[in-house]
Structure formats: C-alpha cells, structure tokens
Design a protein around this ligand. Structure first.
Ligand code: SF4
Length: 231
C-alpha cells in the first residue's frame, strides 16, 4: 500500500537539500498524482513543467491535478514535423498553458561537429531561461529510461538550473507507461509506429531495432547519451 503524503501549503520559496530530505523519502513511495499535488501545493505558480512531447503521460497526470500549470517545450529548431503535430494535438486536448522556448541563435550545423555545444545552446541555455525565477520544475524523467538514469530520484535539487526538480514518474517502468497510455486512451506520438522508441531532434534520432536499448537511437554511433538537461 502506498504511503499517504501530507500536502502542506506554504509560501513558494527555494529549497535546500536539507529541506527536501524528509519529504523525499515519502514521495518515493507516492503515486504520481500525489507527487504532483505536493509540488503544486508547495510551489504554486513558482512551479513549471517541462515536456519533450514524446508522450503525454505526465501532462495527463498534471492536468488531472492542476490544469493550467505552465508547460514548457524546448524548441531546438530541429524537432520532427511529427513532434510539432503531436504537440498541437496534445495542446488542444488539454488546453495547455504552453510556453515554447527556443535558442537565441539561428539554425546552424553545429550538431554535426559539436553536439554537446549544440545541446547546450539549444536545450540547456533555453531551459535555464525558462526556469529563471521559478522554484521548481516537473520532469518526466524515469529510472527505466536508460542505465545512466537508474539513480534518478523523485525529488532533488538541480544545481545547474537552481531549482528543485520533481520527477513524478521516476519509478515507472516501460510497462507502467504503456498501461497508463492504454487505460487513459492517450494520443501516441506518430513516430512510435515507425520504430522510434526515444524521440528528440531529427539530426540526432533514428528508429531502433528490436532488442536495442530504447535510447540507442539517440546520437547513434557516438558516445553521447544525454543532452545535458538531466545531468
Ligand atoms: S539533439 Fe542534436 S540537434 Fe538537438 S540540440 Fe542536441 S545536438 Fe543539437
């Protein structure tokens, strides 16, 4: 049985690791909706959600608890047309309070020679801008995404962005996600049917083969595995 989480309402403020230690343990065992409820209760308008629009599971959970929560999409300028179409579909379904944040530079081909620098300019810097003045952000990060994310916790502090990071789906398996999508009849990203198991920018994403790790299609053929948002 899940441990109930006490929802406390307090003035939004920045938190230190010490502040979070007590509640973090409880949240690890809580259902995703309770985790979102706690975050909304604690941080109010100082809370923002980021979404990559590969699926809309967390969006559905957040919409059920706190419709109107600001949802940030980082538009690198290199997303698939199918991702933009999916975003529009999800935005309309949930009447999202959507904020699209992009890089402050024109398209270039940096991804060919310096993917780390490209991700930094097109993802990490825009995220920092999006989170400026915010106390906390909700992310769909899961431990099951890949082995490097096996240590992801529900609650932590992101030193890079200077905000509390809440991952309500941290403990969800791929089967949990699939079951939720089916049970709630959620729209599915159109590239899923073409073998894309993890979907990012088109220059750095390919479909995966049966038996490959789901994120094998990202920066395929290089040692890069993360864009820098979730280090
Ligand atoms: S995923 Fe590729 S195209 Fe997108 S920001 Fe990173 S390097 Fe650039």
């Amino acid at each position: 049985m899940m441990t109930p989480v006490t929802i406390t309402r307090s003035s939004p403020r920045r938190s230190t690791d010490d502040d979070l230690a007590g509640v973090a343990e409880l949240l690890e065992l809580a259902p995703a909706a309770d985790i979102v409820r706690w975050a909304v209760g604690r941080y109010g308008r100082d809370l923002v959600m980021t979404a990559s629009f590969q699926d809309c599971v967390l969006i559905d959970v957040v919409a059920g608890v706190a419709p109107g929560t600001e949802v940030v999409f980082l538009d690198t300028g290199y997303h698939f047309d199918e991702t933009h179409a999916y975003l529009a579909k999800v935005r309309d379904r949930y009447d999202l309070n959507l904020r699209v944040v992009g890089p402050e530079l024109p398209p270039d081909d940096r991804w060919r020679t310096d993917p780390d620098g490209c991700c930094k300019a097109r993802k990490v810097e825009p995220l920092r801008r999006a989170l400026a003045g915010k106390a906390a952000w909700l992310s769909g990060l899961r431990r099951a995404d890949n082995p490097l994310r096996a240590g992801v916790s529900v609650l932590g502090y992101d030193e890079v962005c200077g905000a509390v990071k809440v991952n309500p789906l941290a403990g969800w398996s791929d089967d949990d996600v699939a079951a939720y999508v089916a049970e709630h009849d959620l729209p599915v990203h159109p590239l899923r049917a073409q073998g894309y198991t993890s979907i990012g920018c088109w220059p750095c994403t390919r479909p995966t083969l049966p038996g490959e790790d789901p994120r094998e299609g990202r920066w395929s053929g290089s040692a890069k595995t993360e864009c820098g948002l979730h280090l």
